[in-house]
Design a protein around this ligand. Structure first.
Ligand code: ADP
Length: 433
């Protein structure tokens, strides 16, 4: 497709490609981000923010027509909106506002929306300006530019690392994190089986295990002996029947290694790990987060950014409600959409006769979800075959596919599959980021 030939463009897209709005760097800006997409095109966004609203947004790109149109539309959509709302401007919004783009160019609005979001994140990383700054700025006649000439908070190295991370992650259409208020509730089991179900459904899927306390994904998928291949720039995931898997466990000589890491060292390892993994193009990345609602899951969610949402895993007892409430508050503080709640270990399914016996109190998860205004995704019973599959290194949904429990697990992916309906469909012959 010759993207310089604008005949195939809608009238709006052609207008924005021929006369891009807001083109060129801002002289005075509060944040900046650059991402290079897998197609090799780069985009830069600059934002000037006043009272939390984007006062000016500008961009440059070395890409051709669709990139120009997408950057131009993204900056037009951003203007005047609150930063939190700008972060929600997605590929679909830009694509629709342009009245569509020629087939195969869908990655351009995605590159624009990801770069715009990265610029918002860069802005949010800047500490609030001091009253002295404000006075100084106003005396210069620039009350709007709170951070006149201010450079991003990060050091050059950190900024580059964040850009590297974003340029890798921008090739992933949907990122979903699996959270739990505490360990041992089946978070990794849910993550492994969600990722496998999505892969079986024909998606390109990655599974990222950042549970630094006990990376159990390698055991659950029979990959304990695997060591990742890498070069000085990147680590490459292990591929298991089409599913790309990366676990901190692959990098540890023994699990005790992680336990002795403290605060900053632990965060440094997580950060470097996230930015080094080269996933390629994916439809979904499922992230098995560290448990709880402390610094570790917080860092993971913030570093990855642009998450589509969280699946929260809990057990049915009433005491679990406290943990679920904490997880939900955690998501709301991060403005992370909650895809829903999964109740694991609800009743015991006898593998011989299929009869379900309640062991822990039942129905708590559904009620919790209702009380907290989140979607209830489903209940998974205690099924000895789940533990057996995990111990033998086989994904339960695949190796016990015919069981009612596997069907329940497969149903849980439906709202995650629906995420794709809100994004432009990919062109079958084109790689889409
Ligand atoms: P977490 O990631 O929350 O620490 P895991 O997913 O590692 O929890 O699960 C802990 C253990 O419980 C694993 O051995 C797993 O196989 C087992 N398990 C999880 N869910 C079930 C279930 N529904 N039925 C039987 N065993 C389960």
């Amino acid at each position: 497709m010759d993207y310089n030939n604008l005949d195939n463009f809608s009238q709006i897209a052609r207008d924005h490609a021929e006369n891009p709005r807001n083109y060129g760097a801002l002289g005075v800006f509060d944040s900046h981000a650059r991402i290079t997409g897998p197609c090799g095109d780069s985009m830069d966004f600059w934002l000037a923010v006043r009272n939390g609203q984007v006062e000016r947004a500008s961009f440059v790109t070395d890409g051709c027509g669709p990139s120009l149109a997408s950057g131009s539309m993204a900056t037009s959509l951003a203007r005047g909106k609150y930063v939190g709302d700008v972060m929600r401007i997605g590929q679909r919004d830009i694509f629709d506002a342009l009245g569509g783009l020629p087939p195969g160019a869908e990655h351009c609005p995605l590159l624009a929306s990801n770069t715009l979001k990265a610029a918002c994140e860069n802005y949010l990383g800047i500490p609030p300006r001091s009253p002295e700054d404000k006075t100084k700025d106003e005396s210069l006649g620039n009350p709007g530019h709170a951070t006149l000439g201010r450079k991003p908070k990060e050091s050059g190295e950190q900024f580059e690392e964040q850009q590297k991370l974003q340029s890798r992650l921008c090739r992933i259409r949907h990122k979903v994190v699996v959270l739990s208020g505490k360990g041992g509730v089946g978070k990794s089991t849910v993550a492994v089986n969600l990722a496998t179900s999505l892969a079986i459904a024909g998606n390109r899927v990655g599974l990222l295990d950042v549970d630094i306390h006990g990376p159990s994904v390698p055991t659950m998928l029979g990959l304990e002996q695997e060591r990742v291949v890498g070069n000085e720039d990147a680590l490459f995931p292990v591929v298991l029947e089409g599913l790309k898997v990366m676990s901190l466990g692959f990098l540890l000589a023994s699990q005790d290694d992680a336990v002795i890491w403290r605060g900053p060292k632990k965060m440094g390892v997580i950060k470097q790990f996230l930015s080094d993994v080269e996933w390629g193009d994916l439809d979904y990345l499922i992230i098995d987060s560290p448990p709880g609602t402390g610094d570790e899951p917080l860092s993971v969610c913030q570093l990855i950014g642009n998450l589509d949402g969280a699946v929260v895993v809990t057990t049915p007892q009433k005491v679990a409600a406290v943990d679920v409430r904490k997880s939900i508050t955690f998501c709301r503080k991060l403005e992370l959409p909650i895809i829903g709640l999964v109740e694991n270990m609800n009743g015991f399914t006898c593998p011989k006769c299929g009869e379900v016996t309640q062991i822990l109190s039942s129905g708590g998860g559904r009620q919790m979800a209702k009380d907290m205004g989140v979607t209830f995704l489903g209940a998974i019973p205690i099924d000895p075959r789940i533990a057996e599959a995990g111990d033998k290194g086989k994904a339960f949904v695949q190796h016990f596919a015919a069981t009612p429990t596997a069907k329940l697990m497969q149903d849980i992916i439906q709202p995650i599959m629906a995420l794709d309906e809100s994004a432009p469909r990919k062109n079958s012959s084109q790689a889409t980021i």
